[in-house]
Design a protein around this ligand. Structure first.
Ligand code: ADP
Ligand code: MG
Length: 425
């Protein structure tokens, strides 16, 4: 039995009770320790190929995780309420609601290790999964990133800056905070927001009362943030394993349309200094929060070179889809390696790339384009890699897939995107 850097390993079975010591790593086998220098460390075990990875949520992130992990020899089972979910098409599926405790228990029993593809995991379910299976990411990270105020405090504790903010509990409190922080500002629900939902940009005093009324109806805590006039939005995805190994992917420059990610441009058009600063922030956040798996760090970059952390996501991230063909290791493989405590892969960039999202309204032109040869791509020297998620209905604004446009430089990729007919609608 090996001793690891966190202290001497204590063998345990996958269910968490003490088991017989073993020299060899078996399916779901365990290397566990409780603390290093008095600091608690999440239990640590190596999950070997052949083991089953359970994924809470059956969307595209789970699907791409199953593709990458399947290649390494892992099996996947997902829990999702929609039959034939994107992940369910490439894994076994338990079809039930996310907060169905019986279904969560079944997922736990069928899995050697559990991960999730969204952060709004029901607290009771998270606790049950931890008790009945092995959740190396732990529930503390979810608890922190589920709530914007807790998240901001954790980011600040890691030595990073966030936009000036205030907790809002009443209309008077909102007025006071707006006065103090200055307008424009953004009112956000503390929990449950995504793709710009649960947010109100406040530009004038007359907008405070109506926004308060609407936001208060959400029933969650509220936070007001100063509006940051940014030059660029960038993100860095870091991976950390239970053994403490940390690696970051190259920063992506992100362009949103109607609050939904449209493009990720890599390499981001930023200075070396900003690149290194952004990567350092992501490493510091991953270490301070004791992340296991991936953490995506969204940041604003201002014209004078300041970085503000906007949001964290403890999972694969849309702005990391470019890694699938453009990096030596994809974010999905890295996540599997991290939660299974395998050595992390090399995240370095192989080629300039622009990732472009395909929403429901882009499906028709995309399918038309796929059926024909593309002389523009040939002329620009770009190679367009298509990823579709297997969603039945191409609803407006629904994320249906993405393209990774591999190119000699990002300008050529952007030129192909602007000349193609896919994003005209
Ligand atoms: N304080 C802010 N200042 C300027 N722009 C903001 C601010 N907060 C959010 N935004 C804009 O809104 C987008 C969505 O906000 P975000 O907090 O990331 O929520 P989510 O991605 O969960 O919808 C950001 O990517 C950014 O473009
Ligand atoms: Mg965001």
């Amino acid at each position: 039995m090996a001793c690891d850097e966190f202290g001497c390993a204590v063998p345990e079975t996958a269910s968490g009770s003490a088991g017989a010591a073993s020299e060899t790593l078996e399916r779901g086998s365990t290397l566990k320790s409780d603390s290093v220098a008095g600091v608690p460390v999440s239990s640590k075990r190596q999950i070997v190929p052949g083991s089953t990875i359970g994924v809470l949520g059956g969307g595209q992130l789970g699907r791409m995780l199953a593709h990458a992990g399947g290649r390494l020899g892992y099996r996947f089972v997902t829990l999702d309420p929609t039959p034939d979910s994107p992940c369910g098409q490439t894994a076994e599926q338990i079809t039930a609601a996310y907060d169905d405790r019986g279904a969560a228990r079944e997922l736990a029993q069928r899995s050697d290790v559990i991960t999730y593809e969204f952060e709004n995991v029901d607290a009771g379910v998270a606790e049950m999964l931890e008790r009945e299976s092995y959740v190396p990411q732990g529930s503390k990270l979810l608890y922190t990133t589920q709530h914007r105020l807790r998240e901001k405090r954790a980011v600040e504790a890691a030595g990073a800056q966030v936009a000036p903010y205030a907790e809002i509990e009443s209309l008077d409190g909102l007025r006071e905070a707006a006065e103090r922080l200055g307008l424009p500002a953004v009112l956000k629900t503390a929990t449950g927001g995504y793709d710009g939902k649960g947010q109100w940009v406040l530009r004038g005093e007359e907008e405070l009362a109506p926004a308060w009324e609407e936001a208060a109806r959400s029933g969650t805590q509220l936070v007001l943030e100063k509006f940051i006039v940014f030059d660029k939005e960038i993100s860095v995805i870091a991976a950390r394993s239970p053994s403490g190994e940390v690696k970051t992917f190259p920063p992506a420059e992100n362009i949103h349309v109607h609050n939904i990610l449209h493009l990720s441009i890599v390499p981001a058009r930023i200075s070396e200094q900003v690149r290194s600063e952004a990567e350092k922030l992501a490493v510091s956040i991953a270490e301070t929060l004791g992340v296991v798996g991936l953490i995506a760090v969204e940041m604003f970059l201002t014209a004078d070179g300041k970085l503000y952390v906007n949001e964290l996501a403890p999972r694969p991230h849309n702005s990391g889809h470019y890694t699938m063909e453009a990096c030596r290791t994809s974010q999905f493989e890295q996540h599997v390696r991290a939660i299974c405590d395998l050595p992390l892969g090399d995240p370095s960039l192989l080629t300039p790339v622009v990732m472009a999202n395909i929403l429901g309204e882009h499906m028709e032109p995309l399918l038309a384009w796929m059926g024909e040869k593309d002389p523009i791509a040939e002329k620009l020297g770009v190679e367009v890699k298509v990823h579709l998620y297997g969603k039945a209905e191409a609803k407006h604004k629904r994320k249906m897939g993405h393209l990774n446009v591999l190119a000699p430089n990002v300008e050529a990729a952007l030129e192909w995107i602007s000349q193609s007919n896919i994003w005209r609608v």
